[in-house]
Design a binder for this molecule. Sequence first.
Ligand code: IMP
Ligand code: MG
Length: 175
Amino acid sequence: MISIKDKVFVPYITAHSIQQRVAEIGAEISKDFKEDCPILIGVLNGSFIFLSDLAKSISIPIEISFIKISSYSGTNSTGSIRNILGLDVNLNNRSVVIVEDIIDTGLSMKHLVEMIEKETPKRIAIASLLLKPDALVELLKVNYIGFEIPNKFVVGYGMDYDGFGRNLPELYQLK
Ligand code: IMP
Ligand code: MG
């Protein structure tokens, strides 16, 4: 059990299970994008650890970039998405893999996909470590999902509660 600010969290998914699943996704992406030189776009801040481990488990040439958006406040999705740091690469005719920590309502991802589609890429795929199917309000095709989880707040492995908990190597769930 750990405490972050006013909340208590219990262990949920071990570092070992995460590493195993991330390696599997890396192998799938290596196969699916062979000879395609995809560009991985990590969604900051939450995806930085997942993207780092995922990139290391991909065996084909890739490029890496980041985009920063914000929609969460405390433990709730605000529904309105703010772009904080925009795209700095040319995506025209490129294969893009959007890398997210977690898809909750799907509003952020929908916004991102629409933004990236305007750049006329060849193909867009979505990789998210976690997906909360019961919270999803947008129709999204998520190509690579690490774990489907219940609609409960989690921290660790890049994900935060009010700025803290991102450095935990495993996942914790709100008690
Ligand atoms: P969405 O727009 O509701 O899908 O929310 C997406 C973003 O909110 C994710 O990329 C996370 O950064 C954050 N988020 C959603 N659920 C959680 C959670 O359980 N813990 C920590 N962050 C979360
Ligand atoms: Mg995120």
